[in-house]
Design a protein around this ligand. Structure first.
Ligand code: PAF
Length: 278
């Protein structure tokens, strides 16, 4: 497995793979890798002849009061995980390599980026879309793999890829959970002991919502989920929403393809999670 720092070297390695007729799978990450990321690398490995992972804590997707500085950086352990999961190359650029002096372009997927997490993290999805497009242009993979835990991010990236005719297959992969139901996330390590023991209740509340029969209207379902989340001491809710899984519009009535999403704050940690609603 190669560790590559420069965008030019990454582009050249990937170009060589493609010239040799090898399919390229790509897993963009911000590091602090866990089993959720590993599942993406394994899926990319199973579906492609070559796999590249990127590790880059992207400053452009953090707000001024957010956790960019303290975001966990665990490169040696990340590289070991990537090697074990079967990556061929790990691209770890410096911020200056991604955003050189004079960098002035931003990609905005309007509408989809302003709702749900976008309301609470202004500019976040602009930062995500910009860096993902940049990484895709460097690596030029046949397929790129994203976790469904960041469901809104997945929908934004799918839209961007479709709108801009990007020659890449965007693959959404299932959420990987701890044994108590908590969705794996690099930010879970911020949770104190007490908070960690309470955090799975978020998934419990969403799973309850997903079990409600079609007769339960969106309003009734959402009220029940909110009530269950608020049983957790010290928790506050950014949002709980039932949306159409393709375009994230609010569900007015129950239908196929809906997704129940929530973002909460537990102590100093923001947690997001979502479930499919049948
Ligand atoms: O999901 C993430 O880790 C990041 O948002 C991504 C897609 C790597 C862009 O920085």
């Amino acid at each position: 497995m190669r560790t590559i720092r420069g965008p030019g070297a990454m582009a050249a390695a990937s170009a060589l793979w493609r010239q040799r007729g090898l399919s390229v799978g790509f897993v963009p990450t911000m590091g602090a890798l866990h089993e959720g990321h590993v599942s993406l690398v394994r899926r990319a490995r199973a579906e492609n002849r070559r796999v590249a992972v990127s590790i880059f804590v992207n400053p452009a997707q953090f707000g001024p009061q957010e956790d960019y500085r303290r975001y966990p950086r665990t490169l040696p352990a990340d590289l070991a995980r990537c090697r074990r999961a079967g990556a061929d190359a790990v691209f770890c650029p410096e911020a200056g390599g991604v955003y050189p002096e004079g960098f002035s372009t931003q990609v905005e997927v309007r509408g989809l980026s302003d709702r749900l997490c976008g309301r609470f993290r202004p500019g976040h999805f602009k930062g995500v879309a910009t860096v993902v497009l940049k990484l895709l242009n460097i690596v030029r993979p046949h397929a790129a793999y994203f976790g469904e835990k960041d469901f809104q991010q997945l929908v934004v990236i799918r839209r961007m890829a479709a709108d801009l005719d990007l020659p890449v297959r965007v693959v959404g992969c299932p959420i990987i959970r701890e044994s108590d139901g908590l969705a794996m996330s690099s930010r879970n390590r911020y949770l104190g002991r007490e908070e960690r023991s309470l955090a799975p209740l978020l998934h419990g509340a969403l799973a309850w919502g997903a079990r409600q029969p079609r007769g339960a209207t969106p309003a009734v379902l959402l009220a029940g989920v909110r009530k269950r989340i608020l049983r957790v001491p010290g928790i506050s809710i950014d949002y709980v929403s039932l949306v159409d899984g393709r375009d994230l519009t609010d569900a007015r009535a129950r239908a196929d393809g809906q997704r129940l999403l929530a973002a909460v704050r537990l102590g100093g940690t923001r947690l997001i999670d979502n479930v499919e609603v049948a």
